[in-house]
Design a protein around this ligand. Sequence first.
Ligand SMILES: NC(=O)c1ccc[n+]([C@@H]2O[C@H](COP(=O)([O-])OP(=O)(O)OC[C@H]3O[C@@H](n4cnc5c(N)ncnc54)[C@H](OP(=O)(O)O)[C@@H]3O)[C@@H](O)[C@H]2O)c1
Length: 228
Amino acid sequence: MNNHKKTVLITGCSQGLGLELATVFSANCWNVIAGVRNVNSVDSRLQLANIRLLSLDVQKSEDISNISQELASLPIDIIINNAGIFKEDNLEIVSTEDMLEMYCTNAIAPLLITQKLINNIILGSNKTIVVISGRMGSFDSYSGTGFYGYRASKAAANMLTKIMAHDLSDKNVKVIAIHPGWIKTKMGGKNAKICPNKSANSIFKLINNTHEIETGVFYTFEGQKLKW
Ligand SMILES: NC(=O)c1ccc[n+]([C@@H]2O[C@H](COP(=O)([O-])OP(=O)(O)OC[C@H]3O[C@@H](n4cnc5c(N)ncnc54)[C@H](OP(=O)(O)O)[C@@H]3O)[C@@H](O)[C@H]2O)c1
């Protein structure tokens, strides 16, 4: 890690979009703090000098509590809350347990990570917090049936993004939500439309230009504004 380079912290880097985001930021000479559940078994693309592995299961409150001590006084320019889970449901099978698990990972974790790392973000220059949300969490940009738990958890993530954006505006911290597209990952499946590398590169271009993004906005990975 190089003190003169910018630093991004990304959650959920073991595979999918998180792994691609870590790779893209690293290739663009950023320091990357890559959150993974198991630091002892990671993709070889994360084994680079400018990538620091962070043991972080976002469902575990002790892991989230530990990060503020572990990263104390380290400036972090951008946090990308990417870790997410999707459990298919419908009216017949939806359950409290599955809904709470998705709420915990997809909505509550980005809020608590912000709570723990807000001083690190204030020390950074970009001062940007990104929540990887999804169109399925939008009231106005998505319609359809089912997926109660996932859609409600992403809608909650969107609301928390809006509240944090208001809350942190006096500290010049920007908080945005991004829809990464329908991507070919374990979650998106093989019929998805775009490869994770394209989504990650587009997200990098969007958030690297911090001065061009507005706080409290829901963007597509290509930078268009979505309705909440
Ligand atoms: N794929 C799509 O089409 C799509 C569309 C819209 C939004 N999104 C959002 O994009 C983000 C990335 O999704 P993806 O497609 O890359 O999914 P993915 O391939 O399933 O990868 C999910 C990542 O999140 C990690 N993760 C899950 N639970 C975690 C936890 N408790 N603590 C730490 N890490 C955890 C996984 O780690 P493990 O390997 O340890 O499980 C994995 O690295 C998610 O927030 C998702 O909701 C995806």
